[in-house]
Design a protein around this ligand. Structure first.
Ligand code: BGC
Length: 507
């Protein structure tokens, strides 16, 4: 080999080494970034962990807080609101009743025809409308005008369809208002605060039914509000109407909450409470539950701090449909900021609430081999194109962590209620689980409603499994989670029938 040839060979060898070093360097760097993202996922997973021992601590904390909230006004973050509902529909209700349901993403108007003991619910018509976003932060007058107009249109349409309704002597309505209300009677109550992104300041402290009745008068609509109820209470009413063993109702949708039937003598803060049945439905407002046992992460803390209601609705912010997609977005954002595996941080990814929970559910439940839907949603919604398969898989893992924690915490909440009323087989708050005796076990049904539970299969499965896991195999068969549909609205119509002055009840 001549000098020239030798020089060329050395040159090629040097270039090859440099290229190889660059390739290896790049690989090492990208591996390091991948490891960083995996580490973030692992940290997140650990911080969200809900082993059954922790869930049982949440169960106990829930039951203890329920006692505290019933003992004195302000005794707990759980408001334990008395609903004035001391009797639930029993099947004898007859006639045509209306219901309005305001509370989550949709607004519903219903007309329910009840046929008494022989025919039950003969028919129900529902119309759903998305709530225009600007009304959620507008004035009470705008909001109630919209509600009254929607109801008026619905009533006119139904009247044209069905001449039967002229037999209705007076139109009676159940109003499901899914926010914390201090009831002053079964058909009146004061709004305590807004949740779920609603913020109409002039409304807080006002009587909800008065506002509604004024809007009816303005629109010339002859309708009487016979019952003002929380959505949980409507759901309990329908649940109990269908199955008398129903003791509680839970909503897991845009927001989350629960109510249950409590003995009057256990409501210490209102001793001497006059009830016709010896009990009353208590609206727990469990969205505001808090306990040091809840597995809280830095993402939850940031979400809360930047929300319109910081330090409020802590349990709801870990569980409900309004927030799960947002927690997920925050995790992806952090990963994107700490590594370039998702490309440059997109402006959509920085936008709060850019990822809605139904889309997160769609990614989680994507069963295509190449996770096609995950790629599409990341691209179209969060502005992250060309995501490699291994990163798509990681995104599905994030969905899983967020959802599993939410579902298992909701399950612990449900068992907490069962514990408070002595239906979890443990003999109540003070007793230990070892005292289970089968004589204590009674069939207990919990009505469950809300889009997250109804439409997100994996969430539902995690929740159902966790309830059984916490209760243990001896007690679990006695507890039934019963999904209801439109219970919040139909239940309000049933309660309007139960409490209306013009009801036609056959006995
Ligand atoms: C409200 C509750 C309601 C729940 C479910 C919460 O944000 O405070 O009153 O029952 O959402 O809709």
């Amino acid at each position: 080999m001549g000098k020239v040839g030798f020089g060329v060979a050395v040159g090629i060898a040097v270039v090859t080494c440099v290229v190889a070093a660059a390739v290896v360097g790049k690989r090492v760097k990208s591996r390091r970034k991948w490891m960083r993202v995996v580490a973030l996922l692992n940290e997140f997973e650990e911080a969200c962990a809900t082993p059954v021992t922790r869930l049982r601590q949440v169960v106990d904390a829930m039951a203890v807080e329920m006692h505290a909230g019933l003992a004195s006004e302000g005794g707990s973050k759980l408001k334990m609101l008395l609903t004035s509902v001391d009797k639930l529909p029993n099947g004898s209700e007859k006639g045509i009743y209306y219901a309005l349901h305001l509370g989550g993403t949709n607004f519903r108007v219903l007309r329910v025809q009840l046929g008494g003991r022989t025919s039950g619910i003969i028919r129900h018509d529902v119309e759903r409308k998305p709530i225009p976003e600007d009304l959620m932060t507008s004035t009470s007058e705008d909001l109630f005008d919209f509600i009254a107009t929607s109801l008026k249109e619905f009533v006119e349409k139904e009247d044209n369809k069905d001449s039967d309704c002229f037999s209705v002597r007076r139109r009676e309505l159940g109003f499901t208002f899914s926010f914390p209300v201090k009831q002053t009677s079964v058909s009146s109550g004061i709004l305590m605060k807004w949740t779920k992104g609603f913020l109409i300041r002039d409304m807080v402290g006002k009587d909800v039914c008065e506002c509604l009745q004024q809007a009816f008068t303005k629109k010339g609509l002859a309708m009487h509000v016979a019952a003002l109820v929380n959505d949980t209470v409507g759901t309990l009413a329908l649940g109990h109407y269908n199955d008398e063993d129903t003791v509680a109702a839970v909503i897991i949708g845009t927001g989350t909450n629960a109510c249950y039937l409590e003995r009057a003598d256990a409501i210490i803060k209102s001793q001497g409470l006059p009830t016709s049945s010896g009990g009353m439905v208590v609206n727990m407002e469990w969205g505001n539950f808090w306990s040091s046992h809840l597995p809280r992460t830095s993402y939850d803390i940031e979400l809360d701090a930047e929300s319109p209601n910081p330090n409020d609705q802590g349990f709801e912010k870990m569980i409900s449909g309004m927030y799960l997609g947002e927690i997920m977005r925050r995790v992806i954002l952090r990963m994107s900021q700490e590594s370039d595996i998702l490309g440059p941080v997109s402006s959509s990814l920085r936008e709060t609430f850019a990822l809605r929970t139904p889309l997160m559910a769609a990614m989680h439940e994507d069963e295509s081999p190449d996770l096609f839907k995950v790629a599409r949603i990341l691209n179209e919604v969060l502005g992250i194109p060309d995501v490699p398969l291994k990163v798509r898989k990681l995104v599905v893992n994030i969905c899983d962590v967020v959802t599993q924690r939410a579902a298992r915490l909701a399950a612990a909440g449900i068992v907490g209620i069962l514990k408070k009323i002595g239906r979890d087989g443990s003999g109540g708050v003070a007793s230990s689980r070892s005292k289970i005796t089968s004589t204590k076990l009674r069939r207990s049904v919990v009505a469950v409603e809300g889009g997250l539970y109804a439409n997100y299969r994996i969430f539902r499965e995690y929740l159902n499994e966790a309830v059984a896991e916490i209760l243990g195999e001896e007690c679990a068969p006695f507890v039934v989670l019963n999904p209801t549909e439109d219970g919040a609205g139909i239940g309000a119509a049933l309660l309007a029938a139960t409490y209306s002055s013009s009801d036609t009840v056959d006995t």
